[in-house]
Write a protein that binds this ligand. Structure first.
Ligand SMILES: [Fe+2]
Length: 268
């Protein structure tokens, strides 16, 4: 059972590249289930629209996760109520629409749980992610509630991500970080069988500042520009990981980093 996870899609560059290349990647890598983080997929580089969700689902994506920018396109607050394949962070505070966890059936008939968490450090205020995670693990079990569990941990700092990886070790198939837009090279299988990667990286133009136009971003750092950030428009790299998941125990038997196209492609 091969599961592909792609990190934050940034702007039109990332969105168009996913649409263009995902169908052939699914075939060539024999992928059975696809999860993408889509919280920056709108053309402004923040939020996601209903049309983009529909297009991503029709080109092979099974579930879309998000994070701190989930509500940045106003329409999302409404359409997420009827779109079960779009998740918002599970530990958002208060009474908010949508879900942070769902169970989906793969083409091979397996039940795949997807949990979308958000970190507490340097992020928008949300409920304690460690307490929420512990409760979730107490109430949900691999091979009982679902065959596999994929956790997208949307967070800023590496220590918090790695700690959550250990908290879920043995209770999830894969814990993957998102949000920093920079892929880390520490993909591995933890002691109790959960695959872990600190950050998947983004699907976007790396000739940029985390996907945004570099010149404008630099000017903002120098306080020479009051222009809002806007996405870079060059060729995107698609970044994430492919997990080989074992149906017998729901754990991971292999993890390989996935980097395709654009500036980060290694073997052209
Ligand atoms: Fe984010």
């Amino acid at each position: 059972m091969n599961i592909l996870f792609l990190g934050d899609i940034v702007g039109n560059s990332g969105y168009q590249a996913v649409k263009k290349f995902l169908p052939s990647i699914i075939k060539s890598k024999k992928i059975n289930f696809v999860i993408v983080n889509g919280e920056n997929a709108a053309k402004e580089g923040v939020g996601i629209t209903e049309n983009i969700v529909d297009e991503l689902l029709s080109c092979g994506v099974d579930v879309i996760t998000t994070g701190n920018h989930v509500w940045d396109q106003k329409e999302t607050y409404e359409f997420i109520k009827k779109q079960k394949r779009l998740l918002r962070p599970y530990n958002l505070t208060g009474d908010v629409p949508g879900h942070g966890f769902g169970i989906y059936v793969s083409t091979r008939g397996y039940k795949i749980g997807v949990l979308n968490l958000m970190g507490n450090v340097f992020m928008k205020k949300c409920d304690d992610v460690f307490m929420k995670s512990k409760k979730f693990i107490d109430e949900n079990k691999l091979k009982k509630n679902y065959d596999f569990l994929i956790v997208d941990f949307h967070g800023e700092i590496t220590s918090e991500k790695m700690a959550i990886g250990h908290v879920f070790d043995g209770n999830a198939t894969f814990v993957v970080g998102t949000h920093t837009h920079v892929p880390t090279n520490d993909g591995r299988i933890l002691k109790k069988g959960t695959a872990y990667l600190t950050d998947a990286g983004m699907c976007g133009d790396y000739d940029s500042v985390i996907g945004m136009n570099a010149e404008n971003s630099i000017n903002r750092f120098f306080k020479r520009s009051s222009l809002k950030h806007f996405p870079a428009k060059g060729e995107a790299s698609l970044c994430g990981a492919i997990i080989q998941a074992n149906p017998k125990n729901g754990l991971a038997s292999d993890i390989s980093q996935f980097i395709f196209g654009g500036q980060l492609q290694k073997d052209k």
